[in-house]
Write a protein that binds this ligand. Sequence first.
Ligand code: LLP
Length: 411
Amino acid sequence: MEVRNDRLFLGGVAARELISEFKSPLYVYEEDTIRKRAEEFKNAIYYENKEIKYACKANTNIEIMKILKEEGIGIDAVSPGEVYAALKAGYTPDQILFTANNVLWEEIEYAVSRDLMVNLDSMSHLKLFGKKYPGKDLCIRINPNVGAGHHDHVITAGPESKFGILYSKVAEIKKIAGEFGLRIKGIHQHIGSGILEPEMFIKAMDVLLDVAGNFEDLDFIDFGGGIGVPYRENEQRIDMEILGKKIADEFNRFCASYGRPLKLVIEPGRYIVAESGFLLATVISVKEGERHRFVGIDTGFHHLMRPAMYGSYHNIIHADNNDGVRKPQIIAGNLCESGDTFTRDDNGIVDRNLPIFNEGDIVCICNAGAYGYSMASQYNSRPRPAEVVVKDGKTRIIRKRETVEDIFRSC
Ligand code: LLP
């Protein structure tokens, strides 16, 4: 992303050109940023026998998954749909981990039938798994009782969390596994998302390593994802070099006491794709209200749910006018709900000082590459936008814009 002579360019292409060619609203991804973050992550973990598995829930566009495959990154999938996307992107079963939470038993059977490593997160599924597949390899998701994340909704470990088997239930897990000759090859956790305090990651890691010491057959330990990225200008980026080194040091120490080197797995989603993505939209109407200037655009929380769902902050840029004159404005969506605003926090709308937006202008919502399109819906029966990748001044479409007919195709 670059602002040149006041104009916004993504991957070397002017935002306005992208909108004239592909229409509005539009998801745009910079390929170089995806590759850069993937490389950075791989290089930061100073441990040879490692696997970075992309948590594809962040963005399941198959072309993006193909880019990550080229980068040597595997997949964490949480549904048959995500497995389908990974296989379609060319991944082989050994590169995919199926992490199941409250999934149908048939979905686990599907994953086993596709030869995937299954990561179970309940005692009842563990028992069923043992009965159906005695002697088989599997992974177990642990709740280490340490959680973290940018919002309550995304903390996925700790006493309030529905995920994993509590870390103190080791004896029970081993008993069931022993009864059916199951081989616990992996131990997994994922403590939450959008973590900007590396200490929490390390703290949870230590709990999992304590748990792991009880299992003799391990091949790998998976510490989940959750590494945050800065959304606000003043937010500090996690120093991946420092964190990566800490992770490797802790892991090396553990392997020495375990007696053999294991594979280290980490599952970033957001870190890899968030900053590559932009949602471009067009200003449809501007209203001077009693308290606020409302800039109405042709997208809403159906296309980017994060502000409405978590009060998340996304940086907003004007595509053609960044000359410094700013005014407090509310950027509002086109859905029939007053919560449909992009400038807000958990409690409601918040004015943001932005370049002055007028009708016909293009708004660029940044950091939309993770949990943007993948959480999009067709609410208000509005089709989802097209997606394009930009690189070196060239554009390629990676998903067509939906039509109203697409929405009602299966009715
Ligand atoms: N592994 C598992 C098992 C997960 O459930 C998740 C995310 C990840 C890895 C990747 O987490 P990440 O590195 O992306 O933080 N919709 C929310 C985020 C929900 C994340 C859910 N699980 C948001 O927009 O902030």
